[in-house]
Design a protein around this ligand. Structure first.
Ligand code: GRF
Length: 224
């Protein structure tokens, strides 16, 4: 049986699209019951509608507190039969009111290698810092921003002085791979959380080739 999920968005929804596409291709065992945005006019809502997925818009500014906003989200998602929640570009911190409604079943994608560069502009902050490796992280959500236990990370190279938009794009391509992968692991019950550690049942994963296990940028010269 497919896992009934909701996807929370605030913007363009390209990560949402990657989830929709992999679901329609039969690679991802989820049933997207609802796409919820805190911003009216978010293009991700149009993407959902094009695929016949129910949508909801809930403006956080219409609520007196984060808790009130979260409990209305919970009501809507529970009504839709949602059991797990994917935050895909959803730019809000959620409270225990929300987390307690879906314990161990809320995940988020962040466009940086956490714990570096948490916050609203992970890619911009990494570029400005001059990192040589940037990337993205999918993690379980807790009450602190971009903080919960890490499920998967992917690194990409960063180059001095490059246009941050180039870095953003390079990271986004990988976001579209690792987020659906993490969702599939969740949907098939292969993740278990032990404090900060997330264990993956790796029985069906092929061993990574040796040259896949490290990433160095700039590349090492011969002999090093
Ligand atoms: C992504 O980079 C996501 O990691 C970040 O916001 C961006 C949203 O992109 N939090 P999209 O809406 O999925 O296109």
């Amino acid at each position: 049986m497919s896992l009934p999920v909701a996807v929370l968005i605030s913007g363009g929804g390209s990560n949402l699209q990657s989830i929709i596409d992999k679901t329609e291709q039969g690679i991802l065992d989820v049933d997207i019951r609802m796409v919820l945005s805190n911003r009216a006019g978010a293009y991700g809502l149009v993407r959902a509608e094009k695929h016949g997925i129910p949508t909801a818009t809930l403006n956080h500014k219409d609520f007196g507190s984060r808790e009130e906003f979260d409990s209305e989200m919970v009501r809507i998602l529970k009504d839709a039969g949602v059991e797990a929640v994917v935050m895909a570009g959803f730019m809000r911190i959620i409270t225990p009111v929300f987390l307690n409604a879906f314990p161990g079943r809320v995940i988020n994608i962040h466009p940086a290698l956490l714990p570096s560069f948490a916050g609203v502009d992970g890619q911009g902050d990494a570029a400005e810092y001059g990192v040589r490796l940037a990337g993205c992280t999918v993690h379980f959500v807790d009450e602190k921003m971009d903080h919960g236990a890490i499920i998967i990370q992917c690194a990409v190279p960063a180059y001095p002085g490059e246009d941050v938009e180039e870095l953003r794009k390079r990271i986004l391509v990988q976001e579209h791979r690792v987020l659906p992968q993490a969702i599939q692991w969740l949907a098939t019950g292969r993740l278990s959380m032990h404090g900060r550690f997330v264990r993956l049942d790796e029985s069906s994963i092929p061993a990574a080739p040796a040259d896949c296990t490290i990433l160095v940028n700039p590349p090492l010269e011969q002999g090093f």
